[in-house]
Design a binder for this molecule. Structure first.
Ligand code: ADP
Ligand code: MG
Length: 509
C-alpha cells in the first residue's frame, strides 16, 4: 500500500511523539497546551489527555512562570531554537526539573517544546558532589590527624617516661596522670578522625554478626534506658562477615546512641541482619560500593528523623545538631569511614517525625577467609630485653622518645635519622638484632624499602615498622614487605615492649 509522502511524514511524526521519553508540548502563544506527548504520565504523573487543552500554568512550578513567559516571547521575536531550564510540578507534588528546547513556528502560530527530565541526572550530580566533598574533608582530616598522632606519641611517650621517675611525689603523680588522661583522650580523638579518613588500624576477621550484636545489646540495655524497647530480627542463616569486630561494635554503639538521642521520650529500636546482594543497578546509584555479597545490619528507630538538609551532612566530621557537650559530630563519620575502609557501605534512610534507618553493609567472608591473628596487647609487667635495636625515624622528638623508651626497657640502641643513614650503619655493624623504622621518611629510602635492604644484607634480622597511618592502609599498600611486623603510632611503651619480645622470642622457621 502506497502512502502519500505527507502521510508517511505524519505517521513518523506521530510515532516519535508517542514513543518519546522526553516530554513534548505543543503550545499556543498564550500558553495553552494543544498537544502533550504520552510521556507526561511518567514525567509528571498526568495522562496526556488530562493535560491537553489546559494552560501550562496549571502545571508549571510557579517561580519559573515569569522566566518561561519571557522565553516564549523571545522565541516568537527571534524565531530561533532556544534552550532553557524550567521546572514543572508532578502530580504527587514533587518538583520536576526539566531542560527545554523550544522553537516557534510562525505559520502554525505554535510553540514546540521538548523537555528532558533532569531529576535523576541532578540527583546523581548531587551525590557526586557530596562524595567529593567528603573525600576532600577526609584528605584534610587524615593529614591533620596523622601529624597530630606524631605529636601525641611524643607527649604520651614522655609522660610514660616521667611516670617511672622514682623521685616524684604524690601531687606530681596526680598532675602526670591528668596530663596522661588528656593525651589519651586526644589520641582517641585522632583515632576517630583517622577512622573517618579511612586510615585507622583495622584487623579484619571472619565473625558472626548476630552473636556480636547480641553481646553488644546486652551491654547497651542500661545506656538505652527503660523507655526504649529493643527488638532484634536476626537472619538465622546469616553468612559470616569479614571486618574488624571491635570496630563493628563501636559502630553499632554509635548507631544505637544516635537512635536513643532521637527518641528522648521513648520508642522502639530495631536491629536487623540480612544477607544482601548489591547489584549493578544499586552500585550505579551508590558509586562508592562494588556489586557483590554483603551482610547488612539495619539499625532503626522511631525517633525524630531528619530533614533532607541534615541528611546531606551527617557524615561530615563535627557535624552535629546536638547541644554542646552532648554530641561530637564524629559518630556517623566514624561509621562511614569504617564501612568504606572495610569495603562495605553505609546508607541512611530517614523520615522527619517518623524515624531513621541506618544500614551498614559489610563484605561477606569467603570460605577460606580465616581469622587473622589479634594484635598482642598485654597487661603483664613490661617485658625487657638486652638486644641491639636500630631506631630509624626522621622526626627528632619521636626518635628521642623511642630511644628513651627502649633504653628504659633495657635495650641497646643505635639511631638513624633516615633510611639511607640506617642502611650505611647496617652495612658496617653486625651487632644489630632489630630494625625499628618509621615508614615514610625523606631521602628516597622508605621504611618498607629499608626493611627489604636490611633483609638482603642480613636475612635473619628482625624488622618492625611503625606509622601513624593505619595498619590496614599501610600493609595493603603494594610496597609493604611480606611478613614484616607493624606497630601503630601513637603506641604505649607497654605495646612496644610486648611487640619487641614477641618478635625476639619467635624462632625463625
Ligand atoms: P553526634 O551524635 O555526636 O551529633 P553523629 O555523627 O553521630 O554525631 O550524628 C550527626 C547528626 O546526625 C546528629 O547530630 C543528628 O542530627 C543526626 N542523626 C544521626 N543519627 C540520627 C538518628 N538516628 N535520628 C535522627 N538524627 C540523627
Ligand atoms: Mg552520634
Amino acid at each position: 500500500m502506497a502512502f502519500e509522502p505527507r502521510s508517511i511524514d505524519a505517521a513518523i511524526n506521530q510515532r516519535i511523539f508517542d514513543t518519546s521519553v522526553d516530554l513534548i508540548l505543543v503550545v499556543d502563544r498564550t500558553g495553552n497546551l494543544i498537544r502533550v506527548s504520552p510521556s507526561s504520565l511518567v514525567i509528571l504523573g498526568y495522562p496526556c489527555e488530562e493535560m491537553n487543552g489546559r494552560s501550562a500554568i496549571d502545571f508549571l512550578y510557579p517561580e519559573d512562570l515569569e522566566n518561561t513567559r519571557n522565553e516564549m516571547r523571545l522565541a516568537r521575536k527571534g524565531r530561533q531554537t532556544r534552550n532553557f531550564k524550567c521546572r514543572y510540578v508532578h502530580r504527587d507534588g514533587r518538583v520536576v526539573p526539566l531542560v527545554w528546547t523550544g522553537v516557534w513556528s510562525e505559520p502554525e502560530q505554535q510553540h514546540f517544546f521538548i523537555g528532558r527530565d533532569m531529576t535523576e541526572h541532578n540527583a546523581q550530580e548531587e551525590r557526586l558532589n557530596r562524595s567529593q566533598r567528603l573525600e576532600a574533608i577526609g584528605q584534610l582530616t587524615g593529614g591533620i590527624a596523622h601529624d597530630f598522632n606524631n605529636l601525641l606519641s611524643v607527649v604520651i611517650g614522655n609522660l610514660d617516661l616521667l611516670s617511672t621517675q622514682p623521685t616524684l611525689d604524690k601531687q606530681a603523680h596526680e598532675y602526670l596522670e591528668n596530663a596522661l588522661q588528656a593525651s589519651l583522650r586526644g589520641a582517641e580523638l585522632t583515632q576517630q578522625l583517622l577512622a573517618f579518613a579511612r586510615r585507622q588500624s583495622l584487623i579484619a576477621q571472619r565473625f558472626d554478626l548476630n552473636e556480636r550484636i547480641a553481646g553488644t545489646i546486652a551491654l547497651l540495655r542500661r545506656t538505652l534506658g527503660e523507655n526504649i524497647e529493643i527488638v532484634t530480627v536476626f537472619d538465622d542463616a546469616l553468612h559470616p562477615v569479614l571486618a574488624d569486630p571491635a570496630q563493628f561494635e563501636a559502630a553499632l554503639v554509635n548507631l544505637t546512641i544516635n537512635a536513643r538521642d532521637a527518641m528522648l521520650s521513648g520508642g522502639r529500636l530495631t536491629i536487623e541482619t540480612h544477607d544482601v546482594t548489591l547489584d549493578e543497578d544499586y552500585c550505579r546509584a551508590n558509586t562508592e560500593v562494588q556489586p557483590g555479597d554483603y551482610v547488612m545490619t539495619a539499625v532503626s528507630d522511631t525517633g525524630t528523623g531528619m530533614t533532607a538538609d541534615i541528611m546531606a551532612r551527617v557524615f561530615e566530621p563535627f557535624f552535629t545538631t546536638k547541644p554542646v557537650g552532648k554530641g561530637t559530630g564524629l559518630g556517623l563519620s566514624m561509621v562511614y569511614g569504617f564501612a568504606r575502609q572495610s569495603r562495605g557501605h553505609i546508607k541512611v534512610y530517614s523520615e522527619l517525625d517518623h524515624g531513621t534507618t541506618v544500614r551498614l553493609y559489610l563484605p561477606r567472608a569467603t570460605e577460606s577467609g580465616a581469622a587473622l591473628p589479634q594484635a598482642g596487647v598485654t597487661t603483664q609487667p613490661e617485658p625487657r630485653g638486652g638486644e641491639c635495636i636500630l631506631v630509624v625515624e626522621d622526626n627528632v622528638q619521636v626518635r628521642k622518645m623511642a630511644v628513651a623508651q627502649l633504653n628504659q626497657l633495657g635495650y641497646q640502641v643505635i639511631e638513624a635519622e633516615n633510611g639511607q643513614m640506617a642502611f650505611n650503619i647496617l652495612k658496617h655493624n653486625d651487632t644489630i638484632d632489630l630494625v625499628f623504622s618509621d615508614m615514610v621518611m625523606p631521602g628516597g629510602i622508605s621504611g618498607a624499602k629499608l626493611a627489604m635492604l636490611a633483609r638482603g644484607l642480613r636475612p635473619g634480622i628482625k624488622l618492625l615498622l611503625t606509622s601513624g597511618f593505619a595498619k590496614g592502609v599501610v600493609q595493603n599498600s603494594d610496597d609493604f614487605p611480606a611478613a614484616v611486623d607493624f606497630l601503630n603510632k601513637p603506641y604505649r611503651r607497654a605495646e612496644l615492649a610486648a611487640k619487641l619480645r614477641s618478635l625476639f622470642d619467635t624462632v625463625p622457621r
